[in-house]
Design a protein around this ligand. Structure first.
Ligand code: NAD
Length: 273
């Protein structure tokens, strides 16, 4: 697959949502550095101290002449969203055609359905984790879960103390990928943060466990435990710039494509479609 669908020869216009956040600032920096992307809008929440600031200064760069504003209409070709569920909901209220790259997690079924409905009108690439390593880990977990259908599978994740949603979207994606590879519905087999005196572990159960503390950027381990041996597949992010770079790469790739859902696997050539 090519690196950009429709914008050869002209710059792809990008808007960033959640621009004052940890991820948003890094995304701004990557967009401003990118040779074929041009930043047109940066959205922050109403009441943000960063509202009206020159957006480049949020990335510790010299002013670029674009002040931040609250979410509204954009002429961008692609919108990159790293905000909170309320930010994505507000964005979906106004979005009318641009491609959407979103990394916001903790959405809930209703907001997921709204995001997926937007994919009927525009290309949408949603990923709980934009790192190259986790995209590959998803593929490895699918293979291992199917190859070892009776292994006890547990997902353990750790993130910094500021993270709001638990478990992480990446942990849910890993568990969901394992369940799908085994041909079962994750809702029927998952258990969260095991506790108390209950029955022994049921065959086929998938456990998810969330640790929170310090400044951990994001670590995920998938355990497949058998009698006499266990397999661990894991990923550790040491710098969240890896997520920003992945999202910006995805934005350059997805702009101008046909409406529908796309994945980081598509961007990285890890899927067969
Ligand atoms: P953060 O709290 O630092 O930033 C979120 C920003 O969104 C804040 O500045 C907040 O003011 C802003 N926001 C909230 N509501 C808004 C609205 N209505 N309009 C505009 N802006 C609004 O959080 P973060 O660490 O940057 O993470 C943001 C999201 O991205 C979280 O859901 C996190 O789990 C997710 N995340 C995803 C990946 C990935 O690779 N997919 C990686 C890291 C974080």
């Amino acid at each position: 697959m090519g690196e950009g669908a429709s914008t050869a020869g002209s710059a792809t216009r990008v808007a960033v949502v959640g621009a004052a956040g940890r991820m948003g600032r890094l995304v701004l920096d990557c967009v401003l550095d990118h040779p074929s992307l041009v930043l047109t809008d940066a959205f922050v929440r109403s009441g943000s101290p960063a509202l009206g600031a020159d957006c480049a200064t949020l990335a510790d760069r010299p002013p670029c002449g674009t002040p931040t504003r609250t979410i509204g209409h954009t002429d961008a070709d692609v919108v990159i969203d790293f905000s909170l569920p309320a930010g994505l909901a507000a964005l979906l209220d106004v979005l009318d055609g641009p491609a959407l790259v979103t990394g916001t997690t903790g959405l809930g079924p209703e907001l997921e359905a709204r995001r997926d409905a937007y994919a009927e009108r525009a290309p949408v690439l949603a990923a709980a984790n934009f790192s190259t390593g986790v995209s590959l880990l998803l593929s490895l977990v699918r293979t291992a879960a199917a190859a070892l259908p009776h292994a006890d599978l547990e997902v353990v994740e750790m993130h910094h103390r500021h993270k709001r949603d638990a478990p992480s979207g990446t942990a849910l994606a890993l568990a969901g990928a394992a369940a799908a590879a085994r041909g079962v519905d994750i809702a029927g087999v998952v258990t969260h943060g095991r506790d108390g005196n209950s029955e022994p572990r049921p065959i086929g159960q998938i456990g998810i466990h969330a640790l929170r503390g310090g400044d951990v950027v994001g670590e995920h381990t998938v355990w497949l435990a058998l009698d006499g041996e266990r397999l661990q597949l894991g990923h550790a992010a040491s710098d969240r710039t890896t997520f920003a770079r992945g999202a910006v790469r995805a934005a350059a790739w997805v702009a101008g494509r046909a409406p529908g859902r796309y994945s980081m696997g598509d961007v990285l050539g890890l899927t067969s479609s």
